[in-house]
Write a protein that binds this ligand. Structure first.
Ligand SMILES: Nc1ncnc2c1ncn2[C@@H]1O[C@H](COP(=O)(O)OP(=O)(O)OP(=O)(O)O)[C@@H](O)[C@H]1O
Ligand SMILES: [Mg+2]
Length: 366
């Protein structure tokens, strides 16, 4: 198999695989100074994220849709001795941006620590191959480096997902790494000093704040970039449309014409329920308990496309999305059901051009 065939067989290629051609074209066109170990200049990294056209005509697709300045601050931070912390409400592309940033800066996005309440210090520092440790005692060969240690050795980017979910004593292990740029290995009487180019991109969810508040000592090691919700309906619609198209292609769903109208409807429903007020500002609404972010809108539409492709007539219809919308909105079967039914009757039903959607929702609304 060629590399392209191998990549195309993957369910979800990494950013550096999916966009290898763009990254190569950018590197070739990029004559600006690159920080030590960087694969691209900061300018080229921002172009990779936001899209553009290179002098030779190569089109770079936008990955992130939002304020350019935020991406410039994020990229500039990675060239300093401060680490980058992306925060925001769920579904604001924190993980997505972290992956693409790492791919563009370091050429890979895979030195990843997934933060959970069970994340142990070994995941941040290093662990041991116990068979070797018992047989030979502590040695370089018995040491199992964490992704962060590997990034330090290679002058590269490590990613830390959901930083605030990690217990605070484990978070503290990061302080030495980020301030001294060294990771002591007392068992071997050695240390790993970070090579130039090392940095960390962490993400944290707004809603988790307080679960394990970042200590101020750790917070000071990060520059924080807050990723906002899409500015308006049009922006959110264009984000959803683009991602749905990419996902549909990656999943090799039979082509279903991108149904602009259904996308706009789902985005409108989610925005209204999220903000607790209708688009025209006239009707106050209760918000459901779960998150109704851009990410949920993307998966509702993708679901609908699979239904339409395999069980429908190949056109995305309200009936294909009603069930998924219900599933996304009603997380708590009692309270959310009330919220959703009120919305259906007070808002959806009143919109003449939404009659077919109203009917489809009533049908699945148990
Ligand atoms: N502004 C945006 N530009 C491009 N894509 C976006 C944007 N906002 C959301 N998305 C899309 O939404 C999806 C979800 O994003 P992601 O998983 O990165 O969210 P997150 O902020 O990490 O959420 P969580 O807090 O739940 O971890 C991705 O497919 C991403 O492409
Ligand atoms: Mg995330």
């Amino acid at each position: 198999m060629t590399m392209t065939q191998e990549r195309d067989a993957l369910l979800r290629p990494h950013a550096e695989q999916a966009f290898a051609a763009e990254l190569t074209a950018l590197a070739a066109a990029d004559d600006r100074p690159r920080p030590p170990s960087w694969k691209l200049s900061p300018w080229a990294v921002v172009t990779y994220l936001l899209g553009g056209t290179l002098p030779d005509g190569t089109v770079i697709t936008p990955k992130y849709v939002g304020p350019r300045r935020l991406m410039e601050v994020a990229v500039a931070t990675l060239a300093t001795d401060r680490a980058l912390l992306l925060i925001g409400v769920p579904g604001t592309a924190k993980t997505w941006v972290s992956e693409h940033l790492s791919a563009a800066v370091a050429g890979h996005s895979t030195l990843l620590v997934q933060g959970t309440s069970g994340t142990a210090e070994e995941a941040i520092r290093y662990g041991w191959n116990y068979a070797r440790l018992l047989a030979e005692g502590p040695s370089e060969a018995a040491l199992v480096p964490s992704p962060i240690m590997t990034a330090m050795r290679t002058g590269s980017i490590a990613r830390l997902e959901e930083l605030t979910r990690i217990p605070s004593d484990v978070q503290d292990a990061l302080i030495t790494v980020l301030s001294e740029k060294t990771l002591p290995v007392p068992e071997l009487g050695t240390e790993v000093q970070a090579a130039k180019g090392f940095n960390v991109i962490a993400t944290a969810n707004d809603r988790d704040r307080g679960v394990n508040e970042l200590s101020s000592a750790l917070r000071r090691r990060f520059n924080t970039v807050v990723l906002p919700l899409p500015a308006d309906e049009d922006e959110e619609v264009s984000i959803v449309a683009r991602r749905v198209e990419q996902l549909g292609a990656a999943l090799e769903l039979p082509a279903v014409p991108a149904a602009a109208e259904e996308i706009r409807r789902v985005v409108r429903v989610f925005r209204e329920l999220r903000s607790g007020i209708t688009e025209d500002g006239r009707t106050k609404l209760k918000s459901p308990s779960g998150t109704l972010s851009t990410a949920e809108a993307i998966s509702v539409i993708t679901n609908g496309m699979a239904l339409a492709a395999h069980f429908g007539d190949g056109v995305l219809r309200p009936g294909d999305i009603a069930g998924a919308v219900l599933g996304a909105v009603v997380k708590d079967p009692v309270a959310d059901q009330v919220v959703w039914t009120e919305y259906l009757e007070a808002v959806v039903r009143q919109r003449a051009e939404w009659a077919d959607f109203y009917r489809a929702c009533r049908e699945v609304n148990g």
